[in-house]
Design a protein around this ligand. Structure first.
Ligand code: NOJ
Length: 571
C-alpha cells in the first residue's frame, strides 16, 4: 500500500505491522489480538480540534488531525463521548446513546471517521457509559412523568425517603462529585415525592441493572456502533452498574469519595457485574466470528488492588482494564517498582495484558503532577515516565496533549470552571478542566489553530499564552521535543520485538535507579534520584528522555539500551 500524503504535506512512513507472536504458551486467538500491546491515543473530542468555529472540538476536527495520531505512531484512538448530551458532565450524561450530539457533528461524519481510521490503519475505540444516563434521557423523563410504582421507574433506583414525609434520602450514600447520592423529585401532582440514586451528579441518574430492559438496551447500543465498524469500547465506571440489592446505609459515608478507589463497597464492585461483562464479551466474539476482526472491551474498573482488577479480565470477561496505579504514583522508585511488579504478576496471570495509563481526561497532567523542586523537574520526570511506560509489557494509553508536554492549567478563574465537581463541592480539589484545555496546534496566540482563525467563538476553555511553546508546529520543528520523544519511542516499539507484550526482569542497579530488561537485551533504566548515577549499560543509549551520552544516567532521566549480555529468560 503506498504511503498516503497527509493534509499537512508530511508523507507518513507506515510502520511495519507487529507480528504478535505470543511470548507465552497460550494459543487462544486472544493471545494474538492487536489490543494486547497496542498504544491507544485518547481523544477528548471537545478539546481536540474545532472545525466549525463554535469553540468546541468536533468529529470533523478529529478527522482533520487523525494523521497526527498516525504520525505519532499510535495503533488506534479512543474517543471520549460525543453522543447527544446536555453536557453537564461533558458527554458522560447521555440522552441518546445512538446519536451524535450536533455540537460534535452527525452520524454521516462519524461514518467518514470510521473510513478514515481504516485507511490510516488506526483502530477506533468508543466510550460507552452504562452506569448512568442523562436526566434528559427519554426513559428517565418517562419515569418522572409516570410516577411512583410505574414500570418506567423500575429501570432506575427510585425509592421513598426516610423520616417524616420522606424528606430524608433513602440511605446515607454520598455522590462521587459531592453531596448526597440521592435527589428528590417533584411528582406529577406537584408534591415532593420519591428520591432517585445518582453516584455522580443529579443530572446522571443511575440505571437499575437488575431490570432486564437495561441490559437489552446496552446490547443494542453496542450492536449499533459495532455495525458501523468500530473496533471496541472503553467502558465507563466498569466496576459500577450493580448496587447492593437492599441499598443499605454505608458504615463509612463521610469519607471523601474522590480520594479513594472503589469507594462505597455497597455501590461498587458487586459480583453481578461480571455476568454483564461475560455477555458483552460473547457479543464481541459473535462479531469476530463473522469477520475475523478482534474487538476490544477495556474497562475503567477502579478497584483497590491489581488482584481485584484481575477478576474483571478473566478470559471470558473484559479483554483489558486500565491499570490506574501509575496515575496515582508519586515520583518514587519503590512505589513504581511495587505497582509495576503487582500489575505484571496479577494481570498477566489472567492471560490478559497490563493496560498502562499515565494520564487521562480526569487527572492532573503528568508535567504538573510530577513537578517537584524547580520548574524543570516536572517536564523531565514526565518525559522519563513516558519512556518507562512505553517500555513496560502490555498496552498503553496516551492522553492528547501529553505528546506536546502540556502542563495542567491551574489558574482558571472560578467563573470559567465547568467541572461539576467544583460546582458541587465548592472546591478545586480533583477538578478536571485544567487537563482539558483545547489543544494548541499552531501559531503564537490563542486559539493556536484549535479553531479556525476567523471563529465567532473563543475556545470553550481559555488557552494560556504559555501554550505557544507547546504547539504541534513548534514541537515538530524541535528534534529534542516531547513530541519527537514519543514518536521515536513508538517507532521503536513497533520495530523491536522486545517491546510490547512479553516478560520483564528487574536488574540490580545503584540506589535511586529502576532498571529492567525486556526479552533479548532491551534494557530500560530510570533515575528517580536527584543525582547522576552510573548507567547500567556502557555506551550511548538507543533512546533517552533527556541528555544522556552514555556512562552516566542524569536525574529524572530514562533511557533504553540494547545489550546482548542482558536477557530476560524468564519466559
Ligand atoms: C469516569 C469518566 O472518566 C469521567 O470523566 C466521568 O465524569 C465519570 N466516569 C462519570 O461518568
Amino acid at each position: 500500500m503506498p504511503n498516503p500524503t497527509l493534509p499537512d504535506g508530511d508523507a507518513v512512513t507506515l510502520p511495519r505491522a507487529r507480528s504478535h507472536t505470543p511470548t507465552t504458551p497460550t494459543t487462544t486467538p486472544a493471545a494474538r489480538a492487536w489490543w494486547r500491546d497496542a498504544v491507544i491515543y485518547q481523544i477528548y473530542v471537545r478539546s481536540f480540534r474545532d472545525t466549525d468555529g463554535d469553540g468546541v472540538g468536533d468529529l470533523a476536527g478529529v478527522r482533520e488531525k487523525l494523521h497526527h495520531v498516525r504520525q505519532l505512531g499510535a495503533d488506534g484512538v479512543w474517543l471520549n463521548p460525543f453522543y447527544v448530551s446536555p453536557q453537564h458532565d461533558h458527554g458522560y450524561d447521555i440522552a441518546d446513546h445512538c446519536a451524535v450530539d450536533p455540537v460534535y457533528g452527525d452520524l454521516a461524519e462519524f461514518d467518514r471517521l470510521v473510513t478514515d481510521c481504516r485507511l490510516l490503519g488506526l483502530k477506533l475505540v468508543l466510550d460507552v457509559v452504562p452506569n448512568h444516563c442523562s436526566s434528559d434521557h427519554p426513559w428517565f423523563q418517562k419515569a418522572l412523568a409516570n410516577g411512583p410504582g410505574s414500570p418506567e421507574r423500575a429501570r432506575f433506583h427510585f425509592a421513598d425517603g426516610r423520616g417524616e414525609g420522606g424528606q430524608l434520602p433513602p440511605n446515607n450514600w454520598r455522590a462521587m462529585f459531592g453531596g448526597p447520592a440521592w435527589s428528590r423529585v417533584v411528582e406529577p401532582d406537584g408534591r415532593p415525592g420519591q428520591w432517585y440514586l445518582h453516584l455522580f451528579t443529579p443530572e446522571q441518574p443511575d440505571f437499575n441493572w437488575r431490570h432486564p430492559d437495561v441490559a437489552a438496551h446496552f446490547e443494542e447500543v453496542l450492536r449499533f456502533w459495532l455495525d458501523r465498524g468500530v473496533d471496541g469500547f472503553r467502558i465507563d465506571v466498569a466496576a459500577g452498574l450493580f448496587k447492593h440489592p437492599e441499598l443499605p446505609d454505608s458504615p463509612d459515608p463521610d469519607v471523601d469519595e474522590r480520594t479513594r478507589d472503589s469507594v462505597n463497597p455497597l455501590a461498587w464492585n458487586q459480583p453481578e457485574v461480571h455476568g454483564i461483562w461475560r455477555r458483552w464479551r460473547a457479543l464481541c466474539e459473535e462479531y469476530t466470528a463473522r469477520d475475523g476482526r478482534q474487538r476490544l472491551l477495556v474497562g475503567e474498573a477502579s478497584v483497590p488492588t491489581p488482584a481485584e482488577q484481575a477478576l474483571y479480565v478473566r478470559p471470558d470477561e473484559l479483554h483489558q482494564a486500565f491499570f490506574f496505579h501509575l496515575l496515582h504514583a508519586p515520583w518514587d522508585l519503590a512505589h513504581f517498582h511495587r505497582v509495576i511488579d503487582d500489575a505484571v504478576r496479577d494481570i498477566t496471570a489472567t492471560g490478559s495484558t497490563v493496560t498502562w495509563v499515565l494520564n487521562n481526561h480526569d487527572q492532573v497532567r503528568t508535567v504538573s503532577r510530577f513537578a517537584g523542586e524547580g520548574p524543570a523537574t516536572g517536564p523531565a520526570r514526565a518525559r522519563a515516565a513516558a519512556l518507562l511506560m512505553l517500555a513496560l509489557p502490555g498496552a498503553a494509553y496516551i492522553y492528547q496533549g501529553e505528546e506536546f508536554g502540556l502542563p495542567e492549567v491551574l489558574d482558571l478563574p472560578d467563573e470559567l470552571i465547568t467541572d461539576p465537581i467544583f460546582h458541587r463541592t465548592g472546591s478545586r480539589t480533583g477538578i478536571r478542566d485544567g487537563c482539558r484545555i483545547p489543544l494548541p496546534w499552531s501559531g503564537t496566540e490563542a486559539p493556536f489553530g484549535f479553531s479556525p482563525s476567523e471563529s465567532p467563538a473563543a475556545p470553550w476553555l481559555p488557552q494560556p499564552d504559555s501554550f505557544a511553546a507547546h504547539t504541534a508546529e513548534r514541537q515538530r520543528a524541535d528534534a529534542g521535543s516531547v513530541y519527537h520523544l514519543y514518536r521515536t519511542a513508538l517507532q521503536l516499539r513497533r520495530e523491536l520485538p522486545q517491546l510490547g507484550e512479553g516478560t520483564l526482569r528487574w536488574l540490580e542497579t545503584p540506589p535511586g535507579v529502576l532498571t529492567f530488561v525486556r526479552g533479548e537485551g532491551l534494557v530500560c533504566a530510570v533515575n528517580f534520584g536527584d543525582t547522576p548515577a552510573p548507567a547500567p549499560v556502557a555506551g550511548p543509549p538507543l533512546l533517552a528522555s533527556g541528555p544522556c551520552d552514555g556512562g552516566v544516567l542524569p536525574p529524572a532521566t530514562a533511557a533504553w539500551w540494547i545489550n546482548s549480555t542482558s536477557t530476560d529468560r524468564s519466559s
